[in-house]
Design a protein around this ligand. Structure first.
Ligand SMILES: [Fe+2]
Length: 508
């Protein structure tokens, strides 16, 4: 067993250890429940209020209670229990107030070319949407245009008098709702609206999900005359799980992302920092158990890993976490809940407060060479247009890295990890290199993780060699380091806020 637990090495200065009482309080919260259907969601128009049908069968999770057992007692099994065929992540959509500026910031910061667009220039009077792509990773940024008939008539003059209907018909993403998007931005700031999965049949995935307790958000709709389809169910808070299917019909298509989007040819700007795919998409919720049971029940996803506050060993803030996975374990949906009763409030609770409810906390982006990717990201940040990273761990962390990672990383690579502030963790199967950005928007909410997984390569008969999902874990051994970094960041903000009245007082 190669499991590495570096907690003692990650504390450069003495912090009060978690007391037995605080951990008991944290663990004594009720973590068992039965699937609930009363979690919040976007208030929408009629399209968002389809009444869910009754549960159709007694499949996995219907009556089964969900109970955290902790990392050490958890036994990983893959029952391959998906309720419908899931091929992988398709894209992630951010809702924002201005898609042009946000997409360009992410494009430069992450080295993702602008690959497609749907906006006024393509005849879409409803929303501006820009697609960034790097490898298999697709980020979509969408924002509403003016909903006034006069504005729409400038784009669709021949349909004046039917502005609303004409505009709805011209929207590339039919589930896009301008009013809901504005409410979303008002409540959450910059955030993820949709985690999209590529499935065999979006309509079937939707029907099966709803029949198994999913709260519908947008019923199946054909795109491009049936060339593709889209449907959505609620995931957590105002985030939806979007199902996308694409017709297998052969022939040339005028689009590569979705109908209604025009490819940018050649992709511009031609950036590539080496990011290849979305590894996992993490949600923060007030209570883990009902959220995990809800998703598990309608997707059939199995539990891949879990961590409790005691496992993570956080000192002043903390969380419980569970990871849900699809059959091939390449769609990974971790969930976090805050724990209470510790000296400082949980960082998950800080997210929930600033996000005004549950939401997507971070996206882990996988690179084939995280060190090369980070050099480019840091260079972009140095130009003022990229993303800032959390402060690096202390030097003691890297002094001990030689002892615990010399069998998988060269001395050169370990030196580069220290230079770039990369954290290293491992589980019994592989190694994880990871680093976290600071929150990417105004609020201390959503952030990014850049990772590289090493090991777990599998070669099966008649199939191309591939890497098992989740190889190297999720940085359990580094959780305490992440929290310490975040806490230091929060403390620095608090110190600045405390200084403001004093400064104001002295100048008055
Ligand atoms: Fe992560």
């Amino acid at each position: 067993m190669l499991l590495f637990v570096p907690r003692p090495l990650l504390l450069p200065f003495p912090l009060p250890p978690p007391t037995a009482a605080s951990l008991r309080r944290a663990r004594s919260r009720p973590c068992s429940f039965k699937a609930s259907s009363s979690m919040g969601g976007v208030e929408g128009d009629g399209r968002h209020q389809v009444k869910p049908p009754q549960v159709a069968d007694g499949g996995a999770g219907e009556e089964e209670e969900f109970r955290l057992v902790g990392y050490s007692k958890f036994v990983r099994k893959n029952p391959r229990s998906d309720r419908f065929s899931v091929r992988g992540f398709h894209h992630v959509e951010f809702w924002c107030a201005d898609a042009t500026n946000v997409s360009r910031r992410f494009s430069f910061g992450l080295g993702m070319a602008i690959a497609a667009r749907s906006d006024l220039s393509t005849g879409n009077p409803v929303h501006a949407s820009y697609l960034l792509q790097s490898g298999d990773l697709r980020f979509l940024f969408s924002a509403p245009y003016s909903s006034s008939p006069a504005a729409i008539a400038t784009v669709l003059p021949d349909r004046e008098g039917f502005a609303e209907a004409a505009a709805a018909a011209a929207a590339a993403i039919p589930s896009f709702d301008s009013a809901a998007c504005r409410r979303f931005s008002n409540a959450h700031g910059l955030g993820v609206r949709a985690v999209a999965l590529l499935v065999d049949d979006a309509a079937s995935a939707f029907a099966i999900s709803v029949a198994n307790g999913a709260r519908p958000s947008f019923p199946p709709a054909a795109l491009g005359g049936g060339a593709a389809a889209i449907a959505e169910v609620e995931l957590y808070g105002d985030v939806v799980l979007r199902y996308i299917s694409v017709s297998a019909a052969t022939g040339s298509r005028p689009w590569s992302f979705l109908p209604g989007f025009e490819d940018t040819s050649p992709p511009s700007p031609a950036l590539d920092y080496g990011i290849k795919r979305l590894d996992h998409a993490v949600g923060n919720v007030p209570e883990l158990a009902p959220a995990a049971a809800y998703i598990r029940r309608f997707t059939g996803f199995h539990e891949f890993a879990e961590f409790t506050a005691e496992d993570v060993g956080t000192v002043e803030s903390g969380l419980n976490s569970v990871v849900l996975a699809s059959n091939d374990e390449n769609v990974l949906l971790p969930l976090n809940e805050p724990i209470h009763g510790t000296k400082r409030r949980s960082q998950i609770q800080t997210f929930l407060d600033h996000n005004e409810g549950p939401g997507l906390q971070h996206l882990a982006l996988s690179s084939g060479d995280v060190l090369a990717t980070l050099r480019k990201m840091r260079a972009a940040a140095a130009c003022g247009g990229g993303f800032e990273f959390m402060p690096p761990p202390p030097a003691t962390y890297y002094r001990n890295l030689r002892r615990r990672a010399a069998d998988v990383l060269t001395e050169e690579q370990m030196a580069a990890c220290e230079e770039l502030g990369v954290l290293v963790d491992r589980d019994d199967q592989g190694v994880l290199l990871q680093i976290f950005t600071k929150p990417v928007g105004d609020r201390p909410t959503i952030f990014l993780e850049i990772i590289q997984r090493i090991g777990c390569m599998v070669k099966e008969e008649g199939r191309k060699e591939y890497q098992k999902g989740g190889c190297g874990g999720f940085g359990k051994g580094n959780f305490s380091e992440l929290f310490k970094s975040i806490e230091e960041y929060e403390k620095s903000l608090e110190a600045k806020q405390a200084a403001i009245p004093a400064a104001a007082g002295s100048s008055a």
